[in-house]
Ligand binder design. Structure first.
Ligand SMILES: Nc1ncnc2c1ncn2[C@@H]1O[C@H](COP(=O)(O)OP(=O)(O)O)[C@@H](O)[C@H]1O
Ligand SMILES: [Mg+2]
Length: 266
């Protein structure tokens, strides 16, 4: 479903070059639920922006649902749903249901199909009570439920979320998690979830990738991640240990010669 091969992206701002993503390789199969961790500035959002076609890579190759994202954005839009926790894709002054209608028109979803889909999503995400409320009056949790619904109205096989649980209270968070778990298990939707919430990772993801300094530092199971630091069982402690040791090491120089994707480099 997703193939990433030696992907790189640099930014040049007033003469300063940042290697946001370097030599990143991984694959995600249909039906997987993959979590993505990494300290602030690690390159997670840049990776997601390349996967969704918002940014073009500066090196490497990637395919999402067989498409080159930055060259085939329109075709790709039918295959993926995208949620950015830090900003909404909904129309601020419109009632939630009007935002959904605009999404329907944008994606040219048939009215009957849309109705059925919206009913399903309303039941699963519990948004029926605030469909007529303008988006700006929604709580963060309600808005996030609205954003997730909007991303799924055209029933894409792939859902990509960048920090969807950021700022949510425990109940809203549980609702979002429960929904994502069912979407993956019952609908078979392939999910890539970036989060700082280790509870999201432990409760939802069979596989976790850790991105650090723009590179893949770990790719495996949650149990495998725990095993990196001997004698440490709490994933929170393991991740803290990894982030702190990464902070002590300087940012790595530009890409080395190509090599096989690392499994564990910590
Ligand atoms: N548009 C941009 N222009 C310049 N630098 C950027 C831009 N976007 C991201 N970066 C830099 O790339 C690095 C990775 O950022 P990002 O992908 O947002 O990290 P993460 O999502 O893991 O916190 C950071 O050093 C960030 O400052
Ligand atoms: Mg980010």
């Amino acid at each position: 479903m997703i193939e990433v091969d030696r992907l790189g992206r640099t930014f040049k701002v007033r003469g300063t070059v940042t290697h946001a993503v370097q030599d990143l390789s991984f694959g995600i199969e249909a039906g997987e639920f993959v979590g993505c961790l990494g300290p602030n500035g690690a390159g997670k959002s840049t990776t997601i922006k390349m996967l969704t076609g918002i940014l073009a890579p500066t090196s490497g190759r990637l395919r999402v649902a067989g498409l080159d994202p930055s060259r085939r954005r329109t075709a790709l839009a039918r295959e993926i749903g995208v949620v950015f926790g830090q900003r909404t894709t909904l129309w601020w002054d419109l009632p939630l249901k009007d935002s959904f209608e605009l999404v329907r028109l944008l994606y040219k979803v048939d009215r009957g199909v849309f109705r059925r889909r919206l009913d399903e999503l309303c039941a699963l995400l519990d948004i029926g009570d605030f469909l007529t409320t303008p988006v700006r009056q929604l709580s963060l949790g309600q808005r996030m439920q609205g954003d997730i619904t909007a991303a799924l109205l055209h029933d894409p096989p792939i859902l990509i979320l960048d920090e969807p649980t950021i700022g949510l209270d425990v109940v809203s968070k549980a609702g979002v998690r429960d929904f994502l778990r069912r979407l993956n298990a019952e609908n078979g939707t392939t999910i890539l979830l970036t989060t700082h919430d280790l509870g999201d990772i432990e409760r939802l993801c069979r596989r976790v990738m850790l991105i650090d300094h723009g590179r893949l530092a770990f790719d495996g199971t949650v149990a495998g991640l725990r095993a990196i630091v001997p004698g440490e069982d709490s994933i929170e402690e393991v991740v803290t240990h990894l982030y702190l040791s990464s902070r002590r090491s300087p940012r790595t120089p530009p890409p080395r010669p190509a090599q096989d994707p690392p499994s564990v480099t910590a």
